[in-house]
Design a protein around this ligand. Structure first.
Ligand code: SF4
Length: 361
């Protein structure tokens, strides 16, 4: 396994690709890495510093925790005040600031907030606490949603009634479409996430390339994967070819993971969703189908969505659209640090501000 990974960090091979990239002498290009995992890898391995100045990498909205709006956090923290409710969640969400509190602070004050690695763990919590309601904070892209769907199916199969999910699940395609249409942003191409593509397949990203005339490449997450993918993009853009290439074919098949798609759409259906910074994007979210509404926290507790303001001075929304960089934010490294974050982009392990803070620009 180590050898396998080492091959993707081979300095001599990387140098060859870097030389190719630095031979580029065309106009300035703006390329967006849509996904937070890529953003973190690019920063961690210092890949930006290996590129010529004419290639600008912009970070996109592919961090699920970052794009979850403040109103959702406020709903979750309010639910945490109810002593009959146990909140279960992935770790990053615990520290995202809401308008009044965070889940971590609520926990410190006695709320029952538990970190889990899988929504399936939440079912065990529900079984062990039959007199409490267990609410799982259902946040994630296509990589995470299938297992959340499984947890709902399992809850129904086992007759677990004290379990529900507070959904803020998002899908990548409609957001990419919005960014591709953004004239102010004027992107030249996209680097697409290998893991999301492994689930949804390549068709939509091909559509963006051929119909919206934005070249794209599906990339893995090792340094060589990313540089190789940028090189492919560069070549195609230079030659005026608006095509999609799959540079992660060792994992991604054209049709994606059909089983995962079936489970996901058995339980969920497309809904309009609000993205932090971008606003409402029609059809970009996933909500529970009517037949599973008993597991929908909003319906179970008759909750209305909150339209909470974003933290004052935080440019996270603009950062998520690739229009600002963390260094443009006056709060970066002053009032906003990983220990005391103002916005979600400084908290998440995939957040752009966290990446810039940890590894520099
Ligand atoms: Fe928001 Fe902090 Fe990033 Fe500024 S540095 S944009 S306050 S998360």
């Amino acid at each position: 396994m180590t050898n396998y990974i080492d091959e993707f960090r081979d300095k001599a091979v990387i140098q060859k690709i870097v030389d190719c990239l630095n031979a580029y002498s065309g106009p300035k290009l703006k390329i967006m890495e849509v996904c937070g995992t890529h953003t973190m890898a690019i920063s961690r391995y210092g890949l930006r510093s290996l590129l010529p100045k004419s290639i600008e990498l912009l970070s996109g909205p592919g961090c699920p925790v970052c794009v979850t709006p403040t109103g959702y956090i406020d709903t979750a923290t309010e639910l945490a005040d109810n002593r009959d409710i146990i909140i279960t969640t992935f770790g990053d969400l615990m520290r995202i600031p809401g308008n009044n509190s965070t889940l971590l602070l609520k926990k410190a004050k006695g709320s029952n907030v538990q970190m889990v690695y899988s929504p399936l763990n939440s079912l065990e919590t529900a079984k062990a606490n039959p007199h409490k309601e267990v609410v799982f904070l259902s946040v994630g892209f296509e990589t995470t949603t299938p297992v959340i769907a499984l947890s709902v199916l399992k809850a129904r199969e086992e007759g677990i009634k004290n379990f529900s999910v507070l959904t803020a699940n998002k899908t990548m395609p409609e957001a990419v479409k919005t960014l591709a249409e953004d004239r102010e942003l004027a992107l030249d191409g996209f680097i697409y996430p290998g893991h999301v593509s492994a689930i949804i397949g390549t068709d939509f990203f091909s559509y963006v390339a051929y119909n919206m005339e934005k070249a794209g490449v599906i990339a893995g997450f090792e340094p060589l994967d990313i540089l190789y993918s940028i090189n492919i993009l560069l070549k195609n853009i230079s030659e005026g070819k608006n095509v999609l290439e799959n540079a992660y074919s060792r994992i991604v098949a054209k049709e994606g993971n059909i089983k995962a798609q079936q489970k996901m759409y058995q339980v969920f259906e497309p809904v309009d969703a609000v993205w932090r910074g971008i606003g409402l994007i029609p059809g970009s979210g996933l909500g529970l189908r009517k037949e599973y509404e008993n597991y929908d926290t909003m319906k179970k507790f008759d909750i209305k969505p909150k339209d909470s303001p974003e933290p004052k001075g935080c440019l996270c929304g603009e950062v998520l659209k690739g229009k600002k960089k963390p260094l443009d934010c006056k709060l970066f490294k002053t009032r906003c640090t990983p220990e005391s974050p103002v916005g979600a982009c400084m908290v998440s392990a995939e957040g752009t501000c966290a990446a810039y803070y940890k590894y520099g620009d």
